[in-house]
Write a protein that binds this ligand. Structure first.
Ligand SMILES: [Zn+2]
Length: 262
């Protein structure tokens, strides 16, 4: 007889209503990745109000193996992240995290690490000033590419293997498979009849390149102390949002609905 009462360490990503009026939550869990659970009760029920995006904590779930149906019986909030709701930029960044996790099947398999990263990102969003709200989301995406095996190496040219100076501007080429040194960038352009062939090609400023290279070995909150100038920030966003679309294998609604907020 399988255990029908399950406990998940979880973060509520999304809430939607079923045609019959029940609420369905999508949870990011440490144990099984994405899990959908039904929440019953009227709009004023206690469980509905506490188990909502972006509450994090322990989800108590009853699973009916015959009907293959999961119902939330209780939710113990450990972190409520209520500060996110006070700011459009912060909630937009949190929405991007949620959509990215849903579109990549909860990050593929290392769910404990992915959930920890998402929580680090939300903590960063809550504590950072409004105008810097983009940085936790950008760092979340960059680290997610590492977990998904899609992170281009910022320290070496993807074509010839030469070491890249972390302070130097570089060129990212989807066609070339990563960051290119100056010589390989020139060769790449000469080999193409039209540079427009490579739709995933972005110049990365020295500042953005240094941010990417530096952020690999530091704790999450420490990376957030660094800020970039507007040109570097734009080049970082073009790269990371572009790679996010590729990882999700299509457009992301959150990006289409106001990437300029960050
Ligand atoms: Zn090279």
């Amino acid at each position: 007889m399988p255990n029908r009462n399950l406990v998940y360490e979880s973060l509520v990503l999304r809430a939607r209503e079923s045609p019959a009026g029940a609420r369905i939550l999508c949870l990011m869990t440490a144990q099984e990745g994405l899990v959908d659970v039904f929440v019953f009760g009227g709009p004023k029920s206690r469980l509905r109000s506490i188990a909502a995006p972006y509450s994090a904590g322990r989800a108590f779930v009853y699973y009916d193996p015959v009907k293959d149906f999961s119902k939330l019986s209780d939710f113990e909030v450990i972190e409520g992240f209520s500060g996110l709701r006070e700011s459009l930029a912060r909630i937009w960044a949190a929405n991007l995290v949620a959509e990215f996790l849903q579109r990549t099947s909860g990050g593929g398999g290392d769910y404990v690490t992915v959930l920890g990263l998402a929580l680090d990102c939300l903590r960063g969003l809550e504590s950072i000033s409004e105008e810097k709200a983009g940085y936790p989301a950008l760092l979340f995406l960059w680290r997610m590419f590492g977990i998904l095996g899609l992170m281009p190496d910022p320290d070496a040219c993807a074509s010839c293997g030469a070491e890249l100076d972390a302070d130097a501007s570089v060129f990212y080429s989807g066609h070339g498979g990563g960051f290119l040194c100056q010589a390989c960038e020139n060769a790449e352009f000469q080999s193409q009849s039209s540079p427009a062939i490579d739709l995933e090609a972005w110049p990365i400023t020295g500042g953005a390149h240094r941010w990417l290279a530096r952020s690999m070995g530091l704790p999450f909150e420490e990376v957030l102390r660094a800020t970039l100038g507007p040109v570097s920030l734009d080049s970082l966003k073009a790269l990371l949002f572009g790679l996010a679309r590729r990882a999700a294998e299509g457009p992301l609604a959150t990006l289409a609905s106001g990437g300029g907020i960050l």
